[in-house]
Design a protein around this ligand. Structure first.
Ligand code: AN7
Length: 372
């Protein structure tokens, strides 16, 4: 916590002030709110040649590289606000259930704020990088022999019984903070994209993104709204199936969720934007995961690749050929890539076989390197 004048000196030194200061008029903060920030947000929109060239028509696809947030995922946008408001409310501890990224973000921001954090994770089902983050930031990490949905039900009960702040996305400040992703996209493109593709798990993010676009539209910062395309993993696709999935299954552990908390928010985002929520197979997810890394140089975690996997699936079915744009300008499409590839190094190593070590012999190594 810093005073206002000290804060402005710090911004001067650091440039970007974090999402709360950057979008203060749009967020539920007052001059009295202590701002807990790691200077999250302002993530790049990286042009994707790999995806653009596969759309089957003239199109510019951009990746909103949310893995470049301070803890490596989009969760930081919501967490800066949720933790700031928890401090303002004099809370001493925060609590969440998580498939990994929420716990990484909550524990980092709680550490910065001097709050205790407690996180419930499905045992053995979160990526190693995320677990290491929660541990090193000092969270009380409780592995539960159950899936994420059961962990979420448990933390809801705990939060009702104890004076601690729940920082899952049912906390409305999480959604408020995460809507800044849509603001940034519009500020950079000078308009909303034609299509906005995003992975969907607990559905807080798609809800937040749509809220952001709607608010910018209402304020006439943009004249057109995007069509939202949400993608779930095939084995964890309750919104596509229209019913809870009791035993969700996918290699994309971040979105292995069978009963999304923001179910209705996702459905509204889909319907109001005339969009869709579809499923992609693990195979399609891993193909997109490798494609982004190999052709675009962008390393994302498997769940994040669901947005691109879904986009390419729609492209193959001819979905975008029918879409008209004024003056036949190229379609502008943004894919949210939600988390960094380094969160889950085991998956990368499993996807690409590492050859066995060689002796330090020039000829053996030249041969192995394909140099003849
Ligand atoms: C990389 O950390 O739910 O649809 O507990 O980590 O807003 O849930 C993570 C979700 C997409 C889905 N991509 O976002 C958690 C958690 C990544 C994620 C999602 C998550 P929502």
């Amino acid at each position: 916590m810093t005073t206002r004048s000290a804060r402005s000196r710090i911004w001067h030194a650091t440039g970007w002030p974090g999402v709360i200061e950057a979008y203060r008029p749009y967020l539920p903060v007052s001059p009295k709110t202590p701002i807990i920030t790691l200077l999250e947000g302002n993530t790049p929109l990286v042009f994707s040649r790999a995806a653009s060239s596969r759309l089957g028509r003239s199109a510019e696809v951009y990746l909103k590289y949310e893995g470049l947030n301070p803890t490596g995922s989009f969760k930081d946008r919501g967490m800066t606000l949720a933790i700031s408001k928890a401090v303002e409310a004099k809370s001493v501890a925060v609590l969440c259930a998580s498939t990994g990224n929420t716990s990484a973000s909550a524990s980092a921001y709680a550490a910065r704020a001097g709050l205790r954090s407690i996180v419930l994770i499905p045992a053995g089902a979160i990526a190693l990088g995320k677990l290491s983050q929660a541990l090193i930031h000092g969270a009380k990490v409780i592995a539960v022999e159950a899936n994420f949905d059961a962990c979420l039900a448990l933390v809801k009960s705990l939060a009702q019984r104890h004076p601690i702040t729940l920082v899952n996305s049912i906390n409305p400040y999480r959604i408020e903070g995460q809507k800044t992703c849509a603001f940034e996209i519009c500020d950079v493109l000078g308009r909303a994209p034609d299509f906005h593709a995003t992975p969907v798990g607990n559905a807080g993010n798609i809800t937040a993104q749509w809220k952001g676009y709607r608010e910018y539209h209402r304020l006439r910062k943009i004249s057109q709204l995007p069509v939202l395309l949400g993608f779930q993993a095939e084995g964890a696709a309750p919104l596509v199936k229209g019913r809870i999935v009791a035993r969700p299954k996918t290699i994309a552990t971040a979105i292995r969720i069978g009963n999304p908390a923001s179910w209705q928010g996702a459905i509204s985002a889909r319907d109001e934007s005339h969009g869709l929520i579809d499923a992609v197979s693990d195979r399609e997810i891993l193909e997109a995961y490798r494609l982004l890394a190999m052709e675009d140089g962008v390393f994302v975690e498997p769940a994040s690749a669901a947005s691109v996997a879904g986009l390419l699936k729609l492209a193959r079915s001819g979905h975008f050929k029918r879409v008209r744009t004024p003056g036949r300008r190229p379609l502008k499409i943004v894919c949210i890539v939600t988390g960094h590839g380094l969160k889950d190094p085991e998956r990368a190593i499993k996807s690409i076989r590492l050859a066995k070590p060689l002796p330090p012999s020039l000829s053996a190594i030249s041969k192995a390197a394909g140099l003849g």
